[in-house]
Design a protein. Structure first.
Length: 255
């Protein structure tokens, strides 16, 4: 049986070798796949989608990753509004903390962009790259003022907050390209939820029809979607395991 196991990516990325050893001891099979490397062994749902190399359909992954990055950028922009209203005399500490958060958003966007493999010039990838560029450009414009006087740095923070408009303006093209069923095509949170659920359904189909055994680690949200029936996928040959249940057994094995 294939075990479809939830994870929180940053936690599992830091301990892959240990997880592989645990899974081998648990299921007695060396097969262990991270989310985007499960093989595409079932193409019945993909006959009209060429060049699909992995079970986690890359168009959905690209749109989902973009939406998650923008959600983080939106939260950053909300904080930027607050920071930008500070007086020059009280801003140095908050500005330093804000700078670290900008770096975290840039690093996250870079990571999800690389995992989405946006090299091919299809409509989805072109739209996704445009959103990433707008986000990164807004952050770079802010960091360019890093050594400026405090007053100018506060202005740069406000400009970053305003940069959310340009990022949102590029979302509709991506939502249209990927065929997202959303009420507001400029809402990153809604697009992220839509794409996560589509990816969850696709993962369920790929897992059920793979005929493989072992462990496939995916984001815990996908496991929860499949558990609550959001995507209508009948799973008779797949064992779903939440991140929390995996963690309990993993911790017991390590001690």
């Amino acid at each position: 049986m294939l075990n479809l196991v939830g994870e929180y990516h940053s936690d599992s990325d830091a301990r892959r070798d240990e997880e592989r050893a645990f899974c081998l001891a648990k299921v007695k099979d060396p097969n262990y796949w991270v989310e985007h490397l499960f093989p595409d062994v079932y193409d019945g749902e993909l006959k009209n989608l060429p060049d699909v190399s992995g079970a986690d359909l890359m168009e959905y992954r690209a749109a989902h990753g973009v939406a998650l990055a923008i959600k983080k950028f939106e939260r950053l922009g909300e904080e930027a509004i607050t920071v930008s209203t500070l007086s020059v005399n009280s801003a140095d500490g908050p500005l330093a903390a804000f700078h670290d958060k900008v770096r975290e958003v840039v690093e996250f966007a870079s990571t999800v962009s690389k995992r989405a493999r946006l090299d091919a010039d299809n409509e989805v990838n072109v739209a996704a790259r445009a959103v990433y560029r707008a986000l990164i450009d807004a952050c770079r414009a802010y960091t360019a003022a890093g050594n400026a006087p405090t007053k100018d740095r506060l202005t740069a923070v406000r400009n970053l907050a305003n940069g959310r408009i340009g990022v949102r303006d590029r979302l509709p093209a991506l939502a249209k390209a990927v065929g997202a069923d959303v009420a507001d095509d400029r809402d990153a949170a809604e697009l992220a939820t839509c794409m996560r659920r589509r990816r969850s359904g696709f993962m369920g189909v790929a897992a059920e029809h793979s005929g493989l055994i072992g462990v496939w680690k995916v984001g815990n949200g996908h496991v929860e979607d499949l558990r609550n029936g959001t995507p209508k996928v009948a799973l008779s040959r797949v064992h779903l395991v939440t991140a929390e249940d995996f963690e309990t057994e993993f911790d017991a094995w390590r001690t």
